[in-house]
Design a protein around this ligand. Structure first.
Ligand SMILES: Nc1nc2c(c(=O)[nH]1)N[C@H]1C(S)=C(S)[C@@H](COP(=O)(O)OP(=O)(O)OC[C@H]3O[C@@H](n4cnc5c(N)ncnc54)[C@H](O)[C@@H]3O)O[C@H]1N2
Ligand code: MOO
Length: 406
């Protein structure tokens, strides 16, 4: 295989090719609102109601008659509680005691908060200062009006989205079906955490990490465990997952070593979309399809697996799940210290955000930039993205930063 950097495809090209090939799932289902957190909406949500549904008081106080806009003293003729509207008309010179959230009578046009009145001996109230028309009233439909599109299709529902839907009385949504992702790691040297290591063996960090990534993004997962560096076993495992899952994520065996069988098996069973990327870490990432099942072959080096998962596979899986995709957002920050970089691949160096007070002010390296050094990635809170053609970065250079966590 030609490893000349000129023959590598760029990350942008890879994403374009991947998005061209991946079609979002067409299967949707009704989901009750109490199970809809993190589900992806399959259609726009258009409000059938006004919010608030009626004019209501924003304060505990007194609703003042609209017929006496300049009066200072009002005779209190009613008490109105939330959920219990009054039938009384509040006439000129009159007011009603009103609680926050209670319906404002049609004959009133403003509410005074109780701190701004004094109660006279006969029980009437006297305003301490004039009250403007419309004051302290939340008007019907001022937040959401009938016919407003409140949420767009292809959005993942957050807790506040659920609250918004509940506000409108919506008890179920049409959502895309959850995507099921099969995972496996390959490597004769791998042992699961909790077991004893023999000479030459290492713990499998990628499968627990990928499982956690997938769980944190709310995919269903089928975990086939560690598969030996044996083409037959890898073939059987991948064929099984291709039958049961919408997508497969593998780790390891996609480079050019004598025991790197995953890439070969993927080529044999399906169509490989691309193979070598101008990306560091993550050069031997592969993407393709076996019948209806997409696969993402991640490199075995743990940092390469993590970065290609976040920068490539997750975006593909998200499209498959029906999510609207947004371009990466960067901070542009001055670099503290220096970064080594060879021209030829786009680097995703592990970085740490620096603060002045509570404001992000600069970025520095998170330490060792080896694709086997997971500790720097785990301690980092961002990736410093250095374009393909650029070289070393120096103190004060402005660099593009993708924030991973704050
Ligand atoms: N001659 C060349 N050799 C390599 C090239 C190349 O272009 N030419 N590319 C290098 C790059 S870049 C990467 S990245 C790796 C990717 O290799 P594989 O995907 O085939 O991964 P493996 O060889 O299986 O493993 C690489 C490395 O990572 C360790 N590993 C694997 N799986 C796990 C796991 N689940 N948990 C923890 N660590 C894991 C494995 O022991 C190896 O040390 O290829 C380079 N080589
Ligand atoms: O791309 Mo590899 O991921 O440089 O180590």
């Amino acid at each position: 295989m030609n490893c000349d950097n000129n023959n590598l495809i760029s990350v942008e090209q890879a994403l374009t090719l991947m998005f061209q090939q991946i079609k979002k799932t067409s299967i949707t289902e009704k989901v009750p609102l109490n199970l809809a957190i993190n589900r992806v909406l399959a259609s726009d949500i258009v409000s059938q109601v006004n919010n608030p549904p009626h004019n209501n008081s924003a304060m505990d106080g007194y609703a003042l008659s609209a017929a006496s806009p300049d009066a200072e003293v009002y005779h209190c003729v009613d008490q109105i509680y939330a959920g219990k509207p009054t039938v009384k008309k509040i006439l000129s010179g009159q007011c009603a005691r009103i609680m926050t959230g209670a319906v404002v009578p049609e004959t009133c046009d403003r509410v005074v908060m109780q701190e701004n009145i004094e109660i006279l001996q006969d029980g009437s109230i006297k305003l301490r200062q004039p009250v403007e028309k419309r004051a302290n009233i939340r008007f019907a439909g001022e937040d959401i009006a009938i016919g407003d599109t409140v949420l767009k299709a292809n959005k993942k529902l957050s807790a506040t989205d659920i609250g918004l839907l509940a506000t409108l009385g919506i008890s179920e949504v049409q959502a895309y079906k959850k995507i099921k992702v099969g995972i496996l790691t390959t490597g004769d040297e791998l042992k699961p955490a909790g077991s004893e290591l023999d000479t030459g063996q290492i713990y499998d960090s990628n499968r627990p990490m990928l499982l956690a990534f997938l769980q944190s993004h709310h995919f269903d997962v089928e975990d086939l465990g560690i598969v030996a560096d044996d083409p037959n076993q890898i073939r059987q495992a991948i064929l099984h997952l291709a039958q049961t899952c919408d997508a497969i994520v593998t780790s390891g065996g996609v480079s050019v070593g004598d025991a790197d069988y995953t890439g070969q098996v993927l080529q044999e069973l399906g169509t490989v979309g691309f193979w070598k990327l101008a990306m560091k870490p993550g050069k031997p990432f592969s993407f393709g399809r076996i019948e209806q099942c997409y696969f993402f072959g991640l490199p075995g080096n743990p940092v390469s697996a993590a970065v290609t998962f976040e920068q490539l596979a997750l975006k593909g899986l998200s499209k498959l799940a029906g999510l609207e995709l947004h371009e990466d957002k960067y901070l542009q920050l001055p670099l503290k210290g220096t970064l080594k970089k060879r021209a030829g691949r786009q680097d995703y160096q592990r970085g740490i955000l620096l603060y002045q007070g509570n404001c992000i002010s600069a970025v520095c390296s998170a330490g060792m930039q080896s694709s086997g050094a997971l500790s720097a990635l785990a301690h980092s809170d961002c990736l410093i993205v250095i374009p393909r053609e650029e070289g070393n970065k120096h103190e004060g250079d402005i660099v593009n930063v993708i924030v991973r966590k704050i």
